[in-house]
Design a protein around this ligand. Structure first.
Ligand SMILES: C[S@@+](CC[C@H](N)C(=O)[O-])C[C@H]1O[C@@H](n2cnc3c(N)ncnc32)[C@H](O)[C@@H]1O
Length: 276
């Protein structure tokens, strides 16, 4: 079997199972089985694919047929142009979360707090973009923090980025110029309606805080004053239908300069605020 035939067969199997991204996924899985980047598939197309790679590919396709996302199979997800290691312990970072970075980069900060860091995309990206800044990244999940530490090492950030296991602000001391968070925000009654790729493969604790999905914003609204520098900025991701509620919560807490920012799909995605 050639590489092209392996891509065609895998595409056919995935498409027959109703997977919309069948062709792209097949290319990525064949490339992963061969240990090369997907951009090499065209060049390698006429070459034979060896038995070991064929066996591996067959396992990967089986996993994809169970709706496991390609990124969870390959253990890599691109964010802000960099490949982050991910695992079943962390949320698969979403492109819309880059909206947080777009807003943050407008206001260079020396100290950053990333609440609920997951695999570390926000903290690590900001440390890469601001080589003199320092950050604290927290998560309630020790397994997520282990993945974030791995990504910090992967990009050689060194001791500019530290980590703490913490329930939101509970283990946090001091003030920061920038606080970013992409908290779990899916309401409990929306969980059943999620795609299997998400519901079955992202950790529940990364998706939903229970109830109406707004509790993390209530905690942030109540505690942010104690941890944001006077001129600092809070930037949080929201569910695209939560802008009115989150703005109201932040306004009731006395936060100022409230702004809502859209993602590339034009949906409300990020709220920024200040404390004075
Ligand atoms: C939506 S994920 C975001 C992960 C990452 N920041 C990103 O954007 O890809 C939310 C993260 O918040 C963490 N989390 C959930 N409840 C928490 C809590 N009470 N305190 C701190 N972190 C929490 C989860 O473990 C998860 O890593």
């Amino acid at each position: 079997m050639t590489v092209f035939e392996a891509v065609a067969n895998s595409t056919h199997r995935l498409r027959a199972a109703g997977i919309d991204s069948a062709a792209r996924d097949a290319r990525a899985l064949v490339a992963y089985a061969l240990g090369v980047g997907p951009d090499r598939i065209v060049l390698l197309g006429p070459d034979p694919i060896d038995t070991r790679a064929q066996d591996q590919l067959s396992g990967y396709v089986e996993r994809r047929l169970q709706h496991e996302p390609v990124s969870k199979i390959t253990g890599l997800r691109q964010f802000w142009g960099r490949d982050f290691h991910i695992s079943k312990a962390v949320l698969d970072p979403r492109p819309e979360t880059e909206t947080v970075i777009v807003e943050a980069l407008k206001y260079p900060a020396k100290t950053v707090l990333d609440l609920g860091t997951g695999c570390g995309v926000l903290a690590v990206t900001l440390m890469m973009e601001w080589p003199k800044a320092e950050a604290l990244a927290t998560d309630i999940s020790p397994a997520a923090l282990a993945v974030a530490r791995e990504n910090a090492a992967r990009f050689d950030i060194g001791d500019r980025l530290s980590f703490a296991q913490s329930n939101w602000f509970e283990g946090v001391q001091g003030s920061f110029d920038l606080i970013v968070a992409n908290p779990p925000y899916i309401a409990m009654d929306e969980m059943a309606g999620l795609d299997r790729d998400v519901r079955d493969y992202d950790p529940h604790i990364a998706l939903s805080p229970g109830g109406d999905g707004l509790d993390p914003y209530r905690v942030i609204a109540a505690c942010v004053r104690r941890h944001l520098s006077p001129d600092g900025r809070l930037i949080v991701e929201i569910g695209y239908q939560q802008a009115v509620e989150v703005m109201q919560l932040f306004q009731n807490a006395g936060l100022s300069a409230l702004r809502c920012h859209a993602d590339l799909a034009g949906r409300d995605r990020v709220i920024s605020a200040r404390i004075q």
